[in-house]
Design a binder for this molecule. Structure first.
Ligand code: ATP
Length: 895
């Protein structure tokens, strides 16, 4: 057993890598599986202690912290003191049941969100057993050899062993906003934290460059772990819509309490009601009319939406995105990997004299390379060998054969070059070990090339470059530019991605390369790669177009390639293309004028993306934008919905995004938009069901007090109706599936009010109809000479029946509900109705309920009458929906 390590004491920055490996008793070249297990047993998982969850008891008590509940409890106390014991018990029971429902709902929503956050747990690249692997950050152990590159969050505290142009943003730790430059040299012991340039600290962000390093501390032993022992918990569940509704409910409470007070005074002073009865009735009514349960139901609706989106590979990081997604009017998407499969195969090799075509598909390194057109096959192949070798040595990827499939570790295009070398009978591992790499300039979307410095077996020192043709041509200035341009256009028009390759002999004592060394590189040729479009992306684009959502491709690739892929995907009838250079020539105002017409933006860099989002937003569009690189963060934040790639995206982009695609697939964005529309529809349904329900009840009781007839429901009966409805029908609309035609409507406008004119009209109409029907039943029963108790029991049941029918009407706001599909309902609807019926049967027929609520059993004919009245109400509202659509008064119905 090794001696314990005092993480605070060891001066890692003052030790060479070999010494650190000795301390941990591991190999510098990466851990073996046994070493990983041993280290994990010794040091534990690489996680920070979690913020503890709120105490369940406190969470339960918080349910009572509501003005209305206080009023209700005060009412119960008053009732108890005045000998209305049954009323007091019922009120308290209602309050407790309400709190239990709220507690369970909140817990479920929180759990769902937390589980989903786990799906995008961060990953890191390590070298273990000599092989590069991607593992969850929590599995990293001290002694591990970790690779970091631009856009990564450093996964643990590292002592750097090899750093190239590495810049790390350490603001989190030091507060310093300028990124720190890093290198691997040993530093004096006394160097302070902020100056330890050979260390990379857990949680800081790699702004540029590449490096590897050995892990010296994990979890709470890291610098960040020592400063703050807590990591951020799940984000709060507030969204603009929720806040709006919450605020509305609060204000409304005071309004209702004031109204209630006036009504109470009127009832006692003018109508001479018994003051205790009047008090309890008014309190019950107030509780009924304030939609205090609405925020909870909407939270659940959002949480269900989040869960459904996750099932379709779209993980929501910021809850407001769920609301915004449904309103998206433009989706700006990357090409590679999102619209295409990002499975590259090198197909075409162009050298100064020959064009060759490689057979085979995927990464399987089998297939002939044949000359296209006239010429000698052997000569053509040997002419392309320098290019093929350059592609292998200016390359960080490798291929792995796991049984029946070949997989890439690293960049897919580089994987394709690896396969190409094997097709040309080169042994990649041997070639790479013979050509020792001394230095490199990593690929960056800003300069669009990569370069390596390698020493060959005979001591020759070579610089290899590969990159976008424009970038490489700028170094090589080839003679016959028209020959090359024509080759690029030809490959591009077939949707191929083109890379150019170059090489240069360097002085034999060269150790480092810089941008200045790129001058005078000799052009070796071009390679065209095929990256097939995703079939599902084509269908998803068609769905977007029918839903009034424009799709724009924003790519770093060449315009010919981008346009060919756009055509294959049917992005637009006649897709217009614009390049980054064109964008730079335009002012912001001019860009706004053209941005709607263009559907392909090629050779763009991250700054262009930002300008495109802004231009679209200035046109009133709601923009969803994808991104994967470290520099995409600003445009992801600017977009209404920033979408990061789960597989190929950097940590920086995921953190800036409000949604992460687990499969990098464009079709998943469209599924999320569809779910977003469903969520918004469901929220509207919840509201348009709940508010008139409360309204009808209130209207009936207020009319009774104002006109001076007996209350159609007693106070406890009002509470019963509210409770049983909240626990059953009040929830089911949150589970509604997508309405047919949801993706044939136009997106809703930015800032469209939730309570649209149609919903407002509905609130008034339905409230009046409910009041009319229940009062009609009330007087009809009394006229038959039956008791007040029977009449009230009829009213309570009438309410419930009407609510059930109305629910079916609300389930389809945009089409008729009178269909087989509409009649059958969903499991949630059917279960809720079953519970409701059992509850009502107890209320009406169980002797103890008769005693508690003063209800009376009803005859079969009574029930038949209620169902008939409810059905009539539903037919009336269906006719109204139809007529309103015909009249076209409410635009939202006809969109
Ligand atoms: P998209 O933006 O749709 O994902 P993209 O992958 O082409 O497209 P970038 O990653 O910005 O966008 O790449 C821009 C260009 O840089 C590519 O078209 C290619 O010419 C070149 N390039 C990409 N990756 C490499 C690499 N590993 N080495 C050298 N050049 C590269």
């Amino acid at each position: 057993m090794s001696a314990p390590i005092d993480f605070e004491e060891v001066r890692w920055h003052a030790l060479p890598g070999s010494e650190i490996a000795r301390i941990f008793d591991v190999e510098l070249a990466g851990l073996s599986p046994e070493e990983v297990n041993r280290q994990a047993a010794r040091f534990g998982r690489n996680v920070l202690p979690r913020a503890s969850r709120r105490n369940p008891l406190l969470r339960f008590l918080a349910q009572f912290n509501n003005t209305l509940i206080y009023v209700l409890l005060a009412g119960a106390l008053a009732a108890a003191l005045l000998d209305h014991l049954i009323d007091a018990v019922v009120i308290v029971a209602v309050v407790i049941v309400n709190a239990i429902i709220g507690y369970i709902q909140e817990g479920k929503a929180e759990q769902a969100l937390e589980a989903i956050q786990q799906m995008i747990a961060p990953k890191a690249s390590v070298i273990r057993g000599g092989v590069r692997q991607t593992i969850p950050v929590s599995g990293i152990v001290p002694g591990d050899l970790v690779l970091i590159e631009a856009g990564d969050r450093v996964p643990a505290d590292l002592r750097l062993l090899h750093a190239r142009r590495l810049l790390i943003d350490e603001a989190l730790l030091t507060g310093e906003s300028v990124a720190a430059e890093k290198h691997e040299a040993v530093l004096p012991e006394e160097t302070v934290l902020a100056d330890r340039q050979n260390m990379a600290f857990s949680g800081t962000l790699v702004a540029a460059g590449q490096a590897n390093g050995i892990v010296v501390a994990t979890g709470r032993h890291t610098q960040i772990g020592r400063i703050s022992s807590l990591i951020q918990s799940v984000e709060t569940m507030a969204t603009p819509l929720l806040q709006q509704i919450d605020q509305f409910a609060r204000r409304f409470t005071w309004f209702v309490l004031a109204g209630g007070l006036a009504l109470f005074a009127f009832a006692v002073l003018v109508r001479s009601y018994d003051w205790v009865d009047a008090l309890i009735a008014v309190v019950a009514l107030a509780v009924g009319i304030v939609p205090e349960g609405l925020p909870a139901v909407i939270t659940i609706t959002l949480a269900i939406g989040v869960r459904r989106m996750a099932a379709r590979n779209a993980v929501i990081r910021k809850l407001p995105a769920v609301e915004t997604l449904g309103a998206t009017s433009v989706i700006c998407s990357d090409k590679t990997g999102t619209l295409t499969r990002n499975e590259m195969t090198a197909r075409r090799i162009v050298t100064a004299r020959y064009t060759m075509l490689a057979e085979g598909s995927g990464y399987v390194p089998e297939g002939h390379i044949r000359i296209a057109g006239p010429g000698d096959q052997t000569e053509a192949l040997s002419a392309s060998m320098p290019l093929i070798r350059c592609g292998l040595l200016c390359n960080d990827a490798s291929l792995r054969n796991d049984g029946n499939d070949w997989r890439v570790e690293g960049d897919p295009m580089e994987g394709a070059l690896f396969a190409l070398a094997m097709k040309a009978a080169v042994d990649p591992e041997m070639e790479r070990s013979e050509w020792q790499r001394l230095d490199e300039i990593p690929f960056d979307a800003a300069h669009r090339f990569m370069a390596t410095l390698c020493r060959g077996p005979d001591g020759a020192m070579m610089l290899f470059v590969k990159g976008a043709p424009e970038a490489v041509f700028a170094m090589t200035a080839p003679d016959e530019i028209s020959y090359w341009d024509q080759a690029i256009t030809e490959a591009g028009s077939e949707g191929e991605r083109v890379l150019a390759f170059g090489a240069k002999q360097m002085p034999s004592d060269a150790e480092r390369i810089s941008f200045d060394d790129m001058a005078g590189v000799a052009l070796l040729g071009l390679v065209g790669f095929i990256d097939p479009p995703r079939l599902e992306a084509r269908e998803a684009i068609a769905e977007c177009l029918s839903a009034g959502i424009a799709v724009k491709m924003i790519t770093g690739d060449h315009s010919a390639t981008a346009l060919a892929i756009a055509r294959q995907l049917a992005l637009a009838d006649d897709p217009q293309v614009m390049t980054g250079v064109d964008i730079e020539r335009l002012s912001d105002e001019d860009l706004e004028q053209v941005v709607n017409r263009v559907s392909v933006f090629a050779r763009t860099s991250p700054e262009h993306k930002l300008r495109i989002v802004r231009a679209l937003q200035a046109q009133g569009k709601i923009v969803a934008m994808t991104g994967d690189g470290v520099n995409d963060a600003p445009s992801l934040k600017q977009a209404d919905v920033g979408v990061a790639m789960g597989i190929k995206g950097t940590e920086a982009s995921k953190e800036a995004a409000s949604m992460v695609l687990l499969d990098d697939n464009f079709a998943s964005i469209v599924s999320a938009v569809r779910e977003g529309r469903t969520v918004y529809d469901n929220i509207r349904k919840v509201i348009s069901w709940e508010i008139p329900t409360n309204g009808g009840e209130t209207l009936a009781v207020v009319l009774a007090i104002l006109l001076g007839f007996s209350l159609p429901m007693s106070a406890t009966q009002i509470l019963w109706v509210n409770l049983i409805l909240a626990a059953t029908l009040g929830l089911v609309l949150a589970f509604e599936p997508t309405e047919p035609g949801a993706m044939q409507r136009h997106p809703r406008q930015r800032g469209a009010p939730l309570l649209s004119p149609f919903l407002l009209w509905r609130v008034v109409l339905v409230s009046v109809l409910f009041a009319a029907v229940t009062l009609g039943i009330f007087f009809h029963t009394l006229n038959q000479g039956r008791s007040l108790e029977v009449a009230r029991t009829m009213v309570v049941n009438m309410f419930i029946v009407a609510e059930i029918f109305y629910l079916f009407n609300v389930r389809y706001l945009h089409t008729t509900s009178l269909t087989w599909r509409g009649a059958v309902g969903t499991p949630a609807v059917l279960i809720a109705i079953a519970i409701l019926i059992v509850g009502q049967a107890l209320f009406t027929y169980a002797p103890f309920m008769n005693a508690l609520f003063n209800s009376r059993p009803l005859a079969f004919a009574d029930l038949a009458l209620l169902v008939f009245a409810g059905a009539a109400l539903m037919v009336l509202l269906e006719v109204e929906k139809h007529v309103m659509r015909r009249l076209g008064w409410f635009k939202e119905l006809n969109d």
